[in-house]
Write a protein that binds this ligand. Sequence first.
Ligand SMILES: [Zn+2]
Length: 105
Amino acid sequence: MKVRKIPQRKCVACQEMKPKKELIRIVRTPEGDIQIDLTGKKAGRGAYLCGKVSCFKLAKKSKAFERALKVPVAAEIYDRLEADFIKVEDEFLAKKELEPDDDDE
Ligand SMILES: [Zn+2]
């Protein structure tokens, strides 16, 4: 029996390895904007975070995005991302339940 390999990524906050679809991608776009990328396909340097606000708060506290994205991240950006994160969390969880495994890597 063949076992399909599930792509794993590490959460930048809690450092746990998880299947990609359990994680939310934060992307630094080529324009230098930092945003949440629910599609996982936007261009730019990405950082992965568990799809839960507790990990976002941990990332904020430990400045994990600075390290992962290799740019300074202002407190306002964390605040904006946190608001967005809370908004997309429900959408993200709902989507996860609907979608079959479609890992494309
Ligand atoms: Zn995490």
